[in-house]
Design a binder for this molecule. Structure first.
Ligand SMILES: [Zn+2]
Ligand SMILES: [Zn+2]
Length: 341
């Protein structure tokens, strides 16, 4: 990281001057288009009319505000709230893992040309302070900063990555539906600060999204209540579900050896089997791309079934990308596995 930032420092200054101000892009584009229209009077009529339309749109300030996101769910949130007024760059990319992500030189360039950078906050991005220094002049918003925090249990066997170990701040606030609705308001305010003319639109979008999330939460509650009280325990591979569990009245038991990030030792395996047996739960939930053999041996030793892999941190792809699809997927997986006879 240090090297990367130092190396890109020169370029950073050059590109960063336009960040947060839209007129440099607009003026440059206006001039280029005007130049094209004057220089090529013989250009086809249809092309010319497209150019004129673009010219009008650009000069009228219709260029969307560029927003970069360091987390797939922050990118989703930015699209929900920003609508047509923003152009969102999801730097982690669909299906990516925000715990593993570190900005590459191309990402830095992208962020330097953005009006805003959205991070999850709560130390989800351990590199954030260094990034802010490298991006001087670009506003970086820690979307989850004001959302009430949970702490990773002191006896947690395994969490998600070395930055989020036992006793640390749990960054996974985005697994709570109420938290996401609150975050939409934070993002609407941040967008309005940069683009005051869009304030009403951002507020309306955040409100409409909030209403959809209310409906989603009512549905989720209605599903999860079908799980017998004694089974409301989530044995998950990735210790990402504390906020989800708190919201819906579940207890989280995170065990070693089920994640895509961890190599399983015989001790891990024994501890996992012990934890699953002790919990008395009927199902354990892996995450995508986990070690199938390990999971099978845990299931065989404990008699628990393997649930459908959970989507954590917005790593769903295709139809399962985005926050609402993630919640629907996880609620369905949990309800199905823990209510089956
Ligand atoms: Zn982590
Ligand atoms: Zn995570």
């Amino acid at each position: 990281m240090e090297d990367l930032y130092t190396k890109s420092g020169g370029t950073a200054q050059a590109v960063a001057t336009g960040a947060g101000k839209f007129s440099p892009y607009e003026n440059a584009n206006c001039l280029q288009l005007a130049f094209l229209c004057i220089t090529f009077p013989g250009v086809k009529k249809s092309i010319l009319s497209s150019l004129v339309l673009m010219l009008v749109a650009v000069c009228a300030g219709a260029v969307p505000m560029q927003v970069s996101a360091l987390h797939p769910l922050m990118a989703d949130l930015a699209r929900q709230v920003g609508g047509q007024r923003v152009q969102v760059f999801d730097l982690v990319e669909e299906g990516g893992n925000p715990h593993r992500f570190e900005p590459r030189p191309a990402d830095l360039k992208r962020m330097q040309a953005s009006a805003l950078v959205l991070a999850g906050g709560k130390n989800q991005e351990p590199y954030l302070e260094r990034l802010k220094t490298a991006l001087s002049g670009v506003t970086v918003i820690e979307v989850g900063r004001t959302i009430p925090s949970l702490t990773v249990g002191k006896d947690a066997v395994y969490t998600c990555c070395p930055s989020h170990g036992a006793g640390a701040l749990d960054p996974h606030w985005w697994h709570g539906v109420d938290n996401m609705r609150r975050a939409a308001r934070v993002v609407a305010q941040a967008f309005a600060d940069k683009d005051p003319a869009g304030k009403d639109e951002f507020t309306a979008n955040a409100n409409a999204y909030g209403q959809r999330l209310d409906t989603l939460k009512r549905w989720a509650k209605g599903e999860l209540v079908k799980v017998p009280r004694g089974q409301r325990k989530l044995v998950t591979a990735h210790n990402a579900f504390a906020y989800f569990a708190k919201e819906f009245g579940f207890e989280v038991i995170a065990v070693a050896g089920l994640t895509r990030e961890q190599n399983t030792t015989p001790q891990d395996l024994a501890a996992t089997i012990e934890a699953v047996k002790k919990s008395g739960v009927r199902a354990v939930f892996p995450e995508k791309n986990t070690n199938g053999k390990v999971l099978q041996s845990i299931a065989t030793a404990t008699g628990a079934r393997l649930g459908t892999p959970m989507i954590s941190d917005g790593n769903g792809t295709g139809r399962e990308a985005g926050f609402e699809a993630m919640i629907r997927h996880n609620v369905t997986a949990v309800t199905k596995a823990l209510t089956a006879p």
